[in-house]
Design a protein around this ligand. Structure first.
Ligand code: HEM
Length: 138
């Protein structure tokens, strides 16, 4: 029997959707990173969310659903308004907080671990002049 305080792990797309939708509610309302979503990219949330579900479902469950091109989107953002280490820190903080609020288990840990390894690699790629072109295709 599960203790009533115990949270479940991320088990599939429906859980990812719950996680990502809640994360976006916080990210878009955040005074530091919110404007990237609401002003710089001015995303259409209902079109954007399924892409994010594909991305995370592919990372955690290898579904092959995400078409790629994540870096190009962030390069374009960075060209319009600089993405700084503080922005990435806040993104990670909000993401991790939401994972922990809703889930616990190996997949929840993996989601946080993947975010923590992708964010610095994105930041490095933003510094394009030092890196070979092959880094920018994904
Ligand atoms: C400073 C931190 C970040 C900010 C402000 C940010 C903001 C955004 C915005 C505004 C978009 C929509 C771009 C558009 O459609 O034009 C986007 C797309 C996306 N972001 Fe981020 N992001 C950040 C970090 C991350 C991190 C760390 C990850 C992954 C762990 C990530 C994954 C994605 C993905 C998968 C997309 C969808 C790209 C596509 O449409 O194919 N982002 N991000």
């Amino acid at each position: 029997m599960l203790k009533s305080t115990q949270k479940k792990d991320i088990e599939g797309r429906a859980d990812i959707a719950r996680l990502i939708r809640a994360f976006y509610t916080h990210a878009m309302a955040d005074e530091l990173i919110g404007p990237f979503f609401t002003e710089v990219a001015a995303i259409n949330l209902e079109e954007h969310l399924p892409v994010m579900y594909d991305f995370w479902e592919n990372l955690l469950f290898q579904t092959g659903g995400y078409r790629g091109g994540m870096m190009q989107k962030h390069f374009a953002l960075n060209d319009k308004r600089k993405l700084t280490p503080e922005h990435f820190e806040r993104w990670l903080e909000l993401f991790e907080r939401e994972v922990d609020r809703q889930f616990q288990g190996p997949k929840a840990e993996e989601a946080k671990r993947r975010a923590h390894s992708i964010a610095p690699s994105m930041q490095m790629k933003m510094n394009r002049s030092f890196l070979p072109m092959s880094w920018f295709t994904n």
